[in-house]
Design a protein around this ligand. Structure first.
Ligand SMILES: CC(C)(COP(=O)(O)OP(=O)(O)OC[C@H]1O[C@@H](n2cnc3c(N)ncnc32)[C@H](O)[C@@H]1OP(=O)(O)O)[C@@H](O)C(=O)NCCC(=O)NCCS
Length: 181
């Protein structure tokens, strides 16, 4: 397997982080049959104030969260954020550049966030039509949790929504997965 550099995120990573996220999200969520064309995930959408704030909220270092980025040379090719909430940890912004998916990089990043979360359950939000990632999370031991919902992103035409579900990894399964990865 090719080796990549993984390190904690820095504020200066933002432009490359935003670019990588846009590419990965657009590839994962575009689905014309569901009324989700690629224009809903365009660079324009990602350059809105609200979206930039969401991305910075993930990337910028903070007392109760950790973000790691993966690099291939100077190219930012993946990231993951883990954030402490009251009773559990939330996994956010777990995205790999489409060209670098399936090479074991996701597992390396996940392992770091599991190490940070020992003794706590992990929750995440997954868009329901993202079946490829659902299969991967299930294999890792995540299960569906709580009530599904739907999101409307700023700038989207009225009525366009994306369904989501929560996935939970119990602290017990986390321990096992950590040792397996
Ligand atoms: C989900 C994601 C972060 C995983 O990262 P990755 O680098 O592609 O995954 P890895 O190469 O480390 O493989 C992880 C596991 O998934 C499996 N896998 C990889 N691609 C797969 C595919 N297309 N179908 C099924 N399983 C797959 C691997 O075999 C591996 O399994 P293992 O743990 O039993 O060895 C990445 O694919 C991605 O960014 N997807 C699009 C965005 C997304 O959906 N993010 C999650 C939002 S909640």
């Amino acid at each position: 397997m090719k080796s990549f550099q993984i390190r904690p995120a820095k504020k200066g990573d933002f432009p490359k982080y935003a670019q990588m996220l846009q590419k990965s999200i657009s590839k994962a969520y575009t689905n014309k049959k569901l009324g989700l064309p690629s224009s809903l995930f365009s660079e324009k959408i990602f350059s809105t104030k609200g979206f930039k704030a969401w991305m910075k909220g993930n990337l910028y270092p903070g007392p109760k969260k950790k973000t790691w980025v993966a690099l291939s040379g100077s190219r930012l090719i993946g990231a993951v954020t883990i954030k402490q909430e009251k009773r559990l940890n939330e996994l956010r912004g777990f995205y790999i550049d489409p060209k670098f998916q399936g090479k074991g990089l996701g597992k390396q990043l996940l392992k770091l966030s599991l190490g940070y979360s020992k003794g706590r359950d992990i929750i995440l939000i997954l868009y329901s039509h993202n079946l490829k990632s659902l299969a991967i999370y299930k294999k890792w031991g995540f299960i569906k949790h709580g009530k599904p919902g739907s999101h409307h992103w700023p700038l989207w035409p009225k009525g366009v929504r994306m369904k989501y579900t929560h996935l939970l990894l119990s602290r017990k399964k986390l321990e096992k997965l950590y040792n397996r990865l």
